[in-house]
Design a protein around this ligand. Sequence first.
Ligand code: 13P
Length: 390
Amino acid sequence: MPIVNMADMLKHAYHHSYAVGAFGVVNLDFVQGVLEAAENCRAPVILNLIESHFSYYDLELLMPAVTAAAQRAKVPVAICLDHGVSIASAVRGIRAGCNGVMVDTSLLPLDENLRLTREVADMAHACGVAVEGELGYVPGDEDEEGVKTQGGLVYTLASEAKAFVERTGVDFLAVSIGTVHGRMSGTPKLDYSRLAKINEAVGIPLAVHGGTGLSDDQCKKLIANGVAKINYYTALSEVAANAIKANVSPGQKSYKTIAHGVRGAIRTEVERCNRLWGCSGRAAEVLAQCRPWHEVEHIMLYNQPEGLSEEATATMLSRNKETLAAIPGVRRVLTGTAVNGEKRSCWLVRLASPEVAASFKGHPEQLKFASSLSQQGTADKVAMDFELGE
Ligand code: 13P
């Protein structure tokens, strides 16, 4: 169960002056290491799936494991798409199981950033999914292969932040106040007075990207000025790589022997972050105050149109399946026909959350689907939403 509403989770952190770690995960060692650390510390935690890493792992293959691990965890967990490149990325992330999305349009002119972030927020909120927007620009290394982000640092302007938050409807704001992605040489200089003004202007949880390399004192000051989410990846990647390097010796042949210790190294580093950022020991309060995140199964039974051949029925089912599956918040569509020979078709539509149950029914494609069936004389239908237990 403990996948929880991410907006509720970060509101708690914001109002109780601590930050939740949003840890980038790239494989099972990362997922398990981060969750074990969260459980050991009794801390809420966010698992970040960063789109620039999707060339390394297959999101749709990793996510079932991420989701199962999060559901099994004894602490509150949220799962977030990080640095998505488009609204389509956000739809994909939600379909895969994310309950928070960040689409990064921060390098675009303000008007464009605002318009696109608003579009993402409208779509995601209709799915019950929390949204982070970024104003200003946090530069640095996008991944460890030395791929640089496209621009230099652009500070967030407090004067723009309030309107940005109001007009986009984002739940959290990622700010640019001097941090950078990746490991920089030296310690970044942070603009706390800018941060304080942004915090006063917007009054919602702030997110900091580029957590790697921040000193303990810097983290404390960030949190004291409204930062409730710290994104952290490069340092985890480094401790994982160091664990592997320490295992490598001439003649060493076993992958498992070489990778041994990666999960533990990640766990140790995440525990350090959790203690420093103040989220240790908060799991029970957070769990009590967060709406649980759960799916809804929408089930439809239709009489098949009179006189339709088996082949035409199959074509109709697969065409409609594709259409319904593309609706934001739909996670999976299964269709089939009755095994007892009755001319009935069945649709099992997995929706990301109860909010989707409402937005799905009003979606133009779903309305078109329902009306096309009734035009074909298939009005005799059953449609119902179910919450399934464990
Ligand atoms: P670091 O890699 O610097 O920790 O930053 C990660 C990040 O901000 C992902 O959004």
